[in-house]
Each structure stands twice: as C-alpha cells, then as structure tokens.
Design a protein around this ligand. Structure first.
Ligand code: NAD
Length: 248
C-alpha cells in the first residue's frame, strides 16, 4: 500500500508543486483546497493522468469542524496518513503597523497558526504509536519572514510564521518518542500568486538585488526541500528547518 500525504492549500503554488512531486515519488496525495475546486481537481487529474493516486478535499483549515471532516475523508478515501504538509497560508497587503487592525492579525493567525495546529493535531491522532498509529512526519511551510520580521510590510505574517516555527520545535519534541518527525521549511521569495496578492506584482524583481543568489526561487525548489524532510535520508532529522531563501 502506498504512503499517503495530505497537502493543505495544494491547489496552486508551493502546495501544488509538493503534491506533484510527492505523487511522482509514489505517495497517494490528498490535495486540500479552500475555495478553488477546479484548480485542485486539475492537480488531481494531472497526478491520475501520470498513473498516480489523488483526491481533492475541501476545507478551510482555520475551521476545526472542517479540518476534522477532511481528515475523516482521508481515512475513508485513502485509508491512512503518513505525511502532512501544513502549506496553506495567507499574506495580506503590505502595510505599516500603524495602519494594521487587530482583525487582520487574527485573520492571518487563524489560517497560518490555528490551521497548522488543527491539521497537526488530527495527523498526530492518527500517526502516533500512542494511538496505535505507525508513525509519520509533518512538514510546516514557514517563511524566511519568521527570522527577518518583515518590517514595513507584514509584521503580522512574520509573527504568524514565528509562531509556526515555535510550534514546530515543541511538537517535534512532544511526538518524536511516538514515531513522528516534525520539521519546517522556510521559503524566501518564491514566484507564486501570493506575491501578486501582496499588492506589488513586481515585488520579486525589486527584491532580487537583496537576495545573495540574485533571483527568486521556484516552487519546485521548495518542494524538493519538503520532500527531503519526508525521505529516509532525513530519518534522524526532527525539529529542524531548511531555509530555501537564496542565501538570505
Ligand atoms: P499561494 O497563495 O499560491 O498558496 C496558498 C494556498 O493556501 C492557496 O492554495 C490558498 O487557497 C490556500 N489557503 C489559504 N487560506 C486557506 C485556508 N483557510 N484553508 C485552506 N487553504 C487555504 O501561495 P504560496 O506562495 O504557494 O504559499 C504557500 C505557503 O508558502 C504559504 O504558507 C506561504 O506563507 C509560504 N511562503 C510563501 C513564500 C513565497 O514567496 N511565495 C515565501 C515564504 C513562505
């Protein structure tokens, strides 16, 4: 039986790249989406067309009941779960802190932190040897912003990714004895729609000069790092982070 991976926010960008690469490496993949059923279905069809196994599952990861329902659907449709990629995330428009509302901060935390927490909890309930599971691994898609703080742009987003990193460390220690590894990947500036929604379409090109490798990264470069953390080569790696940020 092939191993099963759930990728949140898997219909586009980094999540879709992880889903495609995981399928090529033999995983059956649950592609979570929030609103874009058509985009998620396209990723699923592409994987199936190449001989793989995939299903599209709707859930707003910030909503507990929807996350619980999604994991039950994984149980029913794919039979088990071995790997979780907490990739779903939001970034709002660039803004200084003096204009930022508390509502905005709560929105960002709901998806980026609460969503990752709820999915990790449901995964642990299934993977942990304490609950009769067979172990597994979780990768949290954080951001270089967790280290840099994103001043004048998105301190709310940076704070959410900092919280995600701390959760990665705590969770990794808590569940390691139960056969679960938890790690993080911190992408830098990657060419995806997220930057278009940040209010400055040419942002990646503007930032190039500040990136030591002098370019933005690709979704495939992030997916490669994520998949390494699930590989047997990473069997002794937990509570760690891979920065995929061009040397930033
Ligand atoms: P993206 O906007 O293309 O993808 C984000 C995905 O998350 C989308 O499919 C979106 O629908 C989904 N999503 C958002 N809210 C959701 C919710 N409540 N429930 C379920 N799904 C939800 O952006 P991306 O660049 O592919 O981002 C993927 C991850 O990588 C995010 O966590 C992001 O913070 C992180 N990241 C991206 C960059 C970058 O430069 N693009 C840099 C650092 C970190």
């Amino acid at each position: 039986m092939s191993r099963v991976m759930l990728v949140t926010g898997g219909s586009r960008g980094i999540g879709a790249a992880v889903a495609r690469l995981a399928a090529r490496r033999g995983y059956a993949v649950a592609v979570n989406y929030h609103a874009r059923a058509d985009a998620a279905q396209a990723v699923v069809e592409e994987i199936r067309g190449a001989g793989g196994r995939a299903v599209a599952l709707q859930a707003d990861v910030s909503q507990e009941a929807q996350v619980v329902r999604m994991f039950r659907a994984v149980d029913e449709e794919l039979g088990r779960i071995d790997a979780l990629v907490n990739n779903a995330g939001i970034l709002e428009t660039q803004m200084r802190v003096d204009s930022m509302s508390a509502e905005r901060l709560l929105r960002v935390l709901s998806t980026n932190v609460v969503g990752a927490f709820l999915c990790a909890r449901e995964a642990v309930r299934r993977m942990s040897t304490r609950h009769g599971g067979q172990g597994g691994a979780i990768v949290n898609v954080s951001s270089a912003a967790a280290r840099l703080g994103s001043p004048n742009e998105y301190v709310d987003y940076a704070a959410s990714k900092g919280a995600m990193d701390t959760m990665t460390i705590g969770l990794s220690k808590e569940v390691a004895p139960e056969g679960i590894r938890v790690n993080g990947v911190r992408p830098g500036t990657i060419y995806t729609e997220m930057h278009a929604s940040g209010g400055e379409p040419g942002r990646v090109d503007r930032l190039k000069s500040a990136i030591p490798l002098r370019r933005g990264g690709t979704v495939e470069e992030v997916a490669g790092a994520v998949m390494w953390l699930f590989s047997d080569e990473a069997g002794y790696t937990s509570g760690s982070f891979i920065d995929v940020s061009g040397g930033t």
